[in-house]
Design a protein around this ligand. Sequence first.
Ligand SMILES: CC(C)(COP(=O)(O)OP(=O)(O)OC[C@H]1O[C@@H](n2cnc3c(N)ncnc32)[C@H](O)[C@@H]1OP(=O)(O)O)[C@@H](O)C(=O)NCCC(=O)NCCS
Length: 161
Amino acid sequence: MTKFLDLILGSSEPVLSEASAPDAAAIARLHAASFHRGWGEDEIERLLLDRSILTHRAMIRRKLEGFIMSRIVGGEAEILSVAVHSAQQGQGLARMLLRLHLGRLAGLGVKTVFLEVDESNEPARRLYRRTGFHEVGRRPGYYADSPSGPATALTLRRDLA
Ligand SMILES: CC(C)(COP(=O)(O)OP(=O)(O)OC[C@H]1O[C@@H](n2cnc3c(N)ncnc32)[C@H](O)[C@@H]1OP(=O)(O)O)[C@@H](O)C(=O)NCCC(=O)NCCS
């Protein structure tokens, strides 16, 4: 059945590549479906055009199913957002995106990567633990508008190279 669908619709294997401005609408949709406060399409397009921002996307059958975005300042980068469409979660797509992204950041001379994650976001914390991030700080109440009340943000760090 999968082979038949592959023949009709194209392969179900994810294709990972750098994202660009034409991906803004698809990223905005995925962001809005994934986070309490979505980013507007214009805001995302601005980020995609910004030379200090690096974004990768995962396409399956030509549909954007995941993305990761970070801002590079000097030898440091901050992961701003990562999301995978709910129907594709739990299959290693975020890990693939993150590994590709970290490799590209290292190639661009980034030495240290930081990010903030909600302490209660178990899938994200597992993703980052598996890919070598460790906790370097915590900010209680940082996510003030979290649906389940003010939530703690953990600051994670990963050294590259
Ligand atoms: C976090 C997110 C990007 C992970 O995407 P994904 O493609 O499902 O992740 P992977 O399949 O690569 O799995 C990463 C880890 O999360 C675990 N995981 C995935 N879904 C899970 C779930 N529903 N509950 C618990 N753990 C889960 C996986 O088992 C894996 O851990 P392991 O290697 O120890 O087994 C995805 O859940 C998502 O888009 N969430 C909403 C947006 C978000 O919270 N982004 C992170 C903001 S910091």
